[in-house]
Design a protein around this ligand. Structure first.
Ligand code: CUA
Length: 296
């Protein structure tokens, strides 16, 4: 199959070409009429009157109807194509919108905000929402699709080349709608398989000071770190948070200094975010930030 954006682009060109031909035809007829009958301005007396012309009326009713019917059929074909008609998906990934982050589940292996997919492979996303209406949109890889609470919508993604593709929630979903970024990392099949194997592992770390801080604070009521007692589901799964390029759904780059600043005062970087500030000592903050960024 080809990327959905290509199919949409082809349809846009066809519709644009039809519109251009109509524009040229109408403007051409107008200019011709002005030129051809310009002399009649000087003619005195009553302007000419017209009897109704049945053939002309049929023609200018039928022509737009035919043009619209053609565009309608082409649109139906394009809609079927971009939703993957006849091409079964190689993989299904569950995607859930939250205020204000994305959850991706690969058969139970959960991650957040950064979606990894293999290149040249048709992927179906099963979209839903945990709270309000969001909309998943990565323009280069697929059409836009709403995420509705209680409903599962299917979205086909297809990437022709490896790389990093950015998207954005495109349905206003609250104060942090704008900081609900999506990053899709398109990888070769072997790179993707290696990534998924790592994601499926419990957390790997030898640094336990930060883990003690995490487990003895309210972090655990919202976040999961597989391999520890932390099993909250309200916030993003943090088992491999250190491997992600950003934190807070794109609001900050992911490094120890930014992670620490985020933990001190999430509201400063993402006003309205549901994550509370947890009062921690400087030493605990240092340990927790280093621990989280180390979860790769
Ligand atoms: Cu989620 Cu806008």
């Amino acid at each position: 199959m080809r990327p959905p954006a290509d199919a949409i682009g082809t349809l846009s060109l066809i519709v644009g070409a039809i519109a251009l031909l109509i524009f040229i035809g109408v403007e051409g007829a107008l200019v011709y009429a002005i030129w051809r009958y310009r002399a009649s301005r000087q003619t005195a007396g009553e302007p000419a009157t017209f009897e109704r012309n049945r053939r002309l009326e049929i023609a200018w009713t039928a022509a737009p109807a035919v043009i619209l019917a053609v565009i309608f059929v082409l649109t139906l074909g394009t809609m079927a194509e971009i939703h993957g008609a006849g091409v079964p998906p190689a993989m299904r990934i569950a995607a859930t919108g939250h205020q204000w982050w994305w959850e991706f589940s690969y058969g139970g292996v959960k991650t957040a905000n950064e979606l990894h997919i293999p290149v040249d492979t048709p992927i179906d996303l099963d979209l839903t929402s945990a709270d309000v209406i969001h909309s998943f949109w990565v323009p280069e890889l697929g059409p836009k699709m709403d995420m509705l609470p209680g409903v599962t919508n299917r979205l086909r993604l297809f990437a022709r080349r490896a790389g990093s593709f950015d998207g954005q929630c495109s349905e206003f979903c609250g104060v942090e709608h704008a900081w609900m970024r999506i990053r899709v990392v398109v990888q070769s099949q072997s790179e993707f398989d290696a990534w998924l194997r790592t994601e499926a592992q419990p957390r790997a770390t030898t640094e336990t000071g930060g883990e003690r801080v995490l487990l003895s604070n309210i972090c655990v009521s919202c976040h999961t770190v597989r391999g520890t007692a932390a099993a909250g589901t309200a916030g993003p799964d943090l088992t491999h948070v250190g491997a992600r390029a950003t934190i807070a759904a794109g609001a900050l780059p992911n490094d120890v200094a930014r992670m620490r600043a985020w933990l001190v005062e999430p509201q400063r970087y993402k006003p309205g975010v549901l994550m509370p500030s947890v009062p921690l000592s400087d030493a605990d903050l240092d340990a927790l930030a280093a621990y989280l960024v180390g979860l790769r």
